[in-house]
Design a protein around this ligand. Sequence first.
Ligand code: IPE
Ligand code: IPE
Ligand code: MG
Length: 249
Amino acid sequence: MIFKSSTTVVPDVPAVPRHIAVIMDGNGRWATKRLLPRVAGHVKGVEAVRGVVEACVLRGVEYLTLFAFSSENWRRPEEEVSLLMRLFVTALEREVSKMHANNIRLKVVGDLSRFDAKLREMIANAERRTAGNTRLTVSVCANYGGRWDIMQATSKMVAANPGVTEYTEDMLAPHLAMAYAPEPDLFIRTGGEERISNFLLWQLAYSELYFTDTYWPDFSVESLDAAIASYQSRERRFGRTGEQVAKKN
Ligand code: IPE
Ligand code: IPE
Ligand code: MG
């Protein structure tokens, strides 16, 4: 299924966000505050993921997208990067069977060419195994960057349209790494920073943005519900007036 872009067609506004995208930030500060090594925060962060995935299933969210490692996170100390990679492998080993049993589809999105062969194979196996699951799609963005995504999609679009010199949004969108999902209804960033940090630059055009000071390891089901409640209090206009929106409902 090809999803229309929010700038081409005014999308439906679901009461419960159909797609939630999250920048899981604050793991390091959570640990430092407790005089623990930063990695302890990442370990605790994986637990928070489990809780949020379960809550999304129960609330009927269809797509949950989690920013796990950005294309700029390679700039971190080598030790932290390799610990994060190991954590990713362990999480895949431990969680994929459970996800599969719960009818959850797993996607890993980003430039995977920089990961070692073993990790790439694990990712491919996990995606293959869960490909037919329909309850919730969890996308883990790893070595993902919004600019990388737009550029790789542009290259594919140009290659797919030889001789064409003018392009439209609808020609680009199917080549984006997450073309299988509608644009996020709700974007959440934990950890207090109010920036996008090169996450889904294209897809967040009309997402409702929600920022919280809560560090990711402390982000609970109640925190998720507070974000959803905030989403539900907004009027999504997509360029129209409030009167126009009211008339449609
Ligand atoms: C987010 O937490 C996890 C990753 C980026 C991998 P951080 O590690 O960025 O935590 P802070 O922002 O330093 O507290
Ligand atoms: C964004 O967090 C990336 C992830 C959560 C994976 P960062 O901690 O890397 O973002 P900046 O550096 O504060 O912008
Ligand atoms: Mg951070």
